[in-house]
Design a protein around this ligand. Structure first.
Ligand SMILES: [Zn+2]
Length: 245
């Protein structure tokens, strides 16, 4: 294949623009803000779980509180009833002693229940505090997400604009590129291989492979308009004054 040397060199511009485009697309697909937002989302999920757990614990504690509170009022009612009986005259000594015994037992059990209630109230306070902490954490994290999203959108818009500019520049360059070389180039890149590279310092600019002496002399002997390919990566091997031939 023969293509005018100046036309061959256009392929280097295409390769350069494509390399820049690939970098921009990589940055666009891997914005640090996206990773940050995903991390924040995980933290939000955790904080929301904490809030739900605190809610469930609060319901359990409330139920327990009502149960013990009910027991205490039941005991108070019986204590009042027993006290009234004690104050009635004419009670047999044995019945009197039983009643006093029951009253003492009731009072002791009520004391224990009241201590439990105090402990429960402390737990309720702790649960309320935990729920507030989790809710505040969610609110703060949501604000962080909003800030990160704005930064992400701005960065994405900048990159999209650069990609659009470069895509237009590529189209302008490609207009002047020879079709037969473009076909080779596109076939290469479609297979994830470099399309074109500059021969410089005995190396293929696309894959960096050093060419052996025999290949180099063959290249030096080739006509200026001969189309050369790198034996290693298949890229169009373009010669310029930098090639040192
Ligand atoms: Zn190569």
């Amino acid at each position: 294949m023969k293509v005018q040397a100046a036309k061959q060199r256009i392929m280097l511009e295409v390769a350069e623009v494509d390399a820049d485009l690939a970098k921009l697309r990589h940055r666009r697909a891997n914005l640090p803000e996206d990773a940050e937002i995903a991390g924040l989302q995980t933290q939000i999920d955790t904080a929301r779980d904490d809030a739900v757990r605190a809610d469930i614990a609060a319901e359990d504690l409330d139920r327990e509180y009502r149960r013990i509170d009910g027991e205490i009022s039941g005991m108070r009612t019986r204590e009042e009833h027993d006290s009234q009986l004690l104050n009635q005259a004419g009670m047999a000594p044995k019945a009197l002693s039983e009643l006093q015994h029951e009253l003492a037992g009731l009072s002791r059990r009520r004391g224990v229940a009241e201590d439990e209630l105090l402990e429960l109230m402390e737990q309720q306070e702790a649960t309320t505090a935990e729920k507030s902490r989790a809710q505040a954490a969610v609110a703060a994290l949501l604000a962080d997400v909003e800030r990160a999203t704005a930064a992400r959108d701005a960065a994405a818009a900048d990159l999209d604009a650069s990609i659009a500019d470069l895509t237009k520049r590529r189209a302008d360059i490609v207009v002047d590129a020879p079709d037969e070389l473009l076909a080779v180039y596109d076939r290469q890149t479609a297979h994830g291989k470099p399309g074109a590279g500059l021969l410089r310092q005995r190396r293929c600019g696309a894959c960096r492979m050093e060419l052996d002496r025999g290949t180099l002399s063959a290249i030096a002997a080739a006509d200026e308009d001969d189309v050369l390919r790198c034996e290693e990566c298949g890229a169009l091997l373009i010669r310029t004054h930098e090639s040192g031939l």
